[in-house]
Write a protein that binds this ligand. Structure first.
Ligand SMILES: Cc1cc2nc3c(=O)[nH]c(=O)nc-3n(C[C@H](O)[C@H](O)[C@H](O)COP(=O)(O)O)c2cc1C
Length: 162
C-alpha cells in the first residue's frame, strides 16, 4: 500500500472526502451547534519553527473565535481536529483551504456534538517523539477522555504510521 492509500485507511469508519469546496454537513444559519471536524493534509518538510508559528497564530485567532482542538505534524502530513460553532468553523476551514503551507485537505470526520472534547485547548500541538512506545503512551495520557473513540483511533493510526 502506498502512503496516500495508507493515509486513507486512517479513517476507520468514515469514508475520507477530498475537500474541493468547503461545506459542513447540514449547516443552518444562526445554528449554535458545536461541530467537530478532522482532516489530514500534506506539507512536506516544514521546519519545526514554521509549525510552531502556525500553532501560535492558531491559538491567538481561535481564542477570539471560540475554536478549540489539536494538531499533529509528522514531517509530511498534518492531522488537525477543530471544534467550535458552525459559522466560525466554516470561516476557518475556508482559510485553511487557502493556506499554501499545506495542500490536499481530506476530511476524515465531521459531526455535531453536545460538548467540546478539548474546551481548554485553543490549539494544542501534540508532538510525536521518536520512540514509538513513548508516542503511544504520550497520546494515551495526552488525549482528552471526552474525545470520540473514532477520533482517538484516527490519531493513534496517524501517529504510528511512520
Ligand atoms: C495545518 C494548519 C493548521 C492551521 N490551523 C489554524 C487554526 O486552528 N486557526 C487559525 O486561525 N489559523 C490556523 N492556520 C493558519 C491559517 O491558515 C491562516 O494562515 C491564519 O488563520 C491567518 O491568520 P492571521 O490573519 O491572523 O495571520 C493553520 C494553518 C495550517 C497550515
Amino acid at each position: 500500500m502506498d502512503r496516500t492509500a495508507a493515509l486513507c485507511y486512517i479513517a476507520v469508519q468514515t469514508a475520507p472526502v477530498p475537500l474541493a469546496g468547503i461545506a459542513l454537513n447540514g449547516l443552518g444559519s444562526g445554528d449554535r451547534t458545536i461541530r467537530q471536524f478532522v482532516y489530514i493534509s500534506t506539507a512536506p518538510s516544514l521546519p519545526e519553527g514554521d509549525v510552531d508559528a502556525i500553532v501560535e497564530t492558531a491559538v491567538r485567532n481561535n481564542a477570539t473565535n471560540g475554536i478549540t482542538g489539536f494538531l499533529l505534524y509528522n514531517g509530511r502530513n498534518f492531522f488537525q481536529m477543530i471544534e467550535g460553532g458552525q459559522a466560525e468553523l466554516i470561516v476557518l476551514m475556508n482559510r485553511l483551504a487557502q493556506d499554501r503551507r499545506h495542500h490536499g485537505m481530506v476530511r476524515l470526520y465531521d459531526k455535531a456534538v453536545e460538548d467540546r472534547a478539548c474546551p481548554e485547548w485553543h490549539m494544542r500541538r501534540l508532538r510525536l517523539v521518536d520512540d514509538l512506545d513513548q508516542r503511544r503512551d504520550n497520546l494515551r495520557q495526552g488525549l482528552r477522555d471526552a474525545l470520540d473513540p473514532e477520533i482517538r483511533q484516527m490519531v493513534t493510526n496517524f501517529a504510528t504510521l511512520n
